[in-house]
Write a protein that binds this ligand. Structure first.
Ligand SMILES: O=C(O)C1=C[C@@H](OP(=O)(O)O)[C@@H](O)[C@H](O)C1
Ligand SMILES: C=C(OP(=O)(O)O)C(=O)O
Length: 438
């Protein structure tokens, strides 16, 4: 695909001349919004999502569900306050075409939903979506009774020939390349005739907090889920068949998208307040309180939200990020500005994210004068004095925000295609300028 103008555009990353001191209202969580949309679409009664994230990934999810017959009305909430989506589930039907863009949640969570629809549902997406792993979902759905036409690679593009219902039952998958395989099968599991029992057989399983998010949200709409943590077998999740309730759910701020703003406080020795930081959450971004504290900051969770303060010093870290892989680009950016080396481990699967994130971070930080090497499952980062230059982003929202963090401390960094942040955070440049008081 020939790059368009926006993809070539360069955004001069603002340099911070002093410590930041700001309150940043971070929009809703991508992962919670897209799970809430799927569960509301599968429910037996209408539901509400308040403060949903409106970004490329969540609008693609909403449009895909609409294409399958679900009504999603955008407007104000049930009590007249705040932005909300009302979801009216209907009989799912094809023929329909779903554009997954490059959204892992859309390409993995929706084929099981399509298997429940009456009629064929065609899935297509960005060129990168053809390369991202999907075989775990496709193979499992076939075992559970679905008919799927693909080109034999176990990847997009494909057509799910929905039969209006799916047998379900036990299935083994290797989800070492993406936790979203497990989440996808569990989310639709209550609607399969026999429910579903997912047994993960691979050696590692990334992003466990995201699987917990799936389980918690299923239970919140009335599903019965047995997990390894609730006394079940290791690596086995079981969902009982049953109707799902329509809920009135307020979406938490996206804590992974809070990362660049917290990082700004850390690298400038400043202070950032993120209102509405949840007291209890399954979002992986909550680990930032611990990780960025170890890297030199301090934080306090109050009734107003999370107040994060940088000390002026930034330290390296040796950390396994397997559970919280989506935080890696932002941590790598901070590590490149630290006073000691870092080792980031447990994230080999990032090579198949929006882009090969390990290669992209290595190349882009090194082109600004850094010293990063890839390991089998992560990165070694030895901080060096960096200089300005172009930071390429490979249509990866988290590469763009990582480059912006480096730009706060290094003059003359230009971010290619900052508009790619629209995948999960469309207003990033405005929020960043607002944080800096511009
Ligand atoms: O289920 C989810 O909402 C997600 C799970 C994770 O995927 P992987 O397990 O594929 O890394 C994460 O990286 C992604 O950003 C969102
Ligand atoms: C890996 C990510 O996204 P996706 O949901 O497309 O997998 C991410 O947001 O960092």
């Amino acid at each position: 695909m020939a790059p368009n103008h926006a993809q070539n555009a360069l955004w001069p990353a603002p340099y911070a001349s002093g410590a930041v001191d700001a309150t940043v209202h971070v929009p809703g969580s991508k992962s919670v919004t897209n799970r809430a949309l799927v569960l509301a679409a599968l429910a037996s009664e209408p539901g509400w999502l308040r403060r949903p994230l409106r970004s490329r990934d969540t609008l693609l999810m909403a449009d895909a569900l609409r294409a399958m017959g679900v009504e999603i009305e955008e407007g104000v909430g049930p009590d007249g306050s705040g932005e909300a989506w009302r979801v009216l589930p209907t009989g799912l039907r094809g023929p329909a075409t779903v554009d997954v863009g490059n959204a892992g949640t859309v390409m993995r969570f929706l084929p099981p939903v399509a298997a429940l629809a009456d009629g064929p549902i065609r899935f297509d997406g960005d060129p990168r979506s053809y390369e991202r792993p999907l075989n775990g979902v496709i193979d499992a759905l076939r075992v559970l009774g679905a008919r799927i036409d693909d080109d034999g690679r176990g990847a997009l593009p494909l057509t799910v020939h929905g039969g209006g219902a799916l047998d379900g039952g036990p299935v083994e998958i290797d989800a070492s390349s993406s936790s979203q395989f497990v989440s996808a099968l569990l989310l639709s599991g209550p609607r399969f005739n026999q429910g579903v029992e997912v047994r993960h057989t691979g050696s590692t399983l990334p992003s466990m907090p995201h699987i917990r998010m799936t389980v918690d949200m299923l239970r919140a709409v009335g599903a019965q889920v047995d997990t390894p943590e609730s006394g079940g077998e290791p690596n086995v999740w079981r969902v009982t068949p049953g109707a799902l309730l329509g809920r009135d759910l307020t979406i938490e701020p996206d804590l992974s998208n809070a990362q660049p703003f917290l990082a700004a406080a850390l690298v400038t020795g400043g202070k950032v307040l993120i209102p509405d930081w949840p007291k209890r959450t399954t979002q992986p971004g909550d680990r930032l309180r611990e990780i960025f504290t170890e890297m030199g900051g301090s934080c306090e969770l109050t009734e107003y939200g999370l107040e994060f303060t940088g000390s002026g010093a930034v330290h390296g870290i040796d950390v396994d990020l397997g559970d919280v892989g989506e935080l890696t680009p932002g941590i790598a950016a901070v590590a490149a500005l630290a006073d000691s080396p870092s080792t980031l481990r447990g994230v080999a699967h990032l090579r198949l994210h929006e882009t090969d994130r390990l290669a992209a971070l290595t190349k882009e930080i090194n082109e600004l004068g850094g010293d990063v090497t890839e390991t089998a499952d992560g990165l070694h980062i030895r901080p060096r004095r960096l200089h300005g230059g172009i930071f390429h982003t490979y249509e990866d929202h988290r590469m763009a925000t990582a480059g912006a963090v480096i730009g706060l401390a290094v003059e003359g960094v230009q971010i290619e295609n900052v508009a790619t942040t629209a995948k999960t955070l469309p207003d990033f440049p405005e929020l960043w300028a607002g944080m800096l008081g511009n």
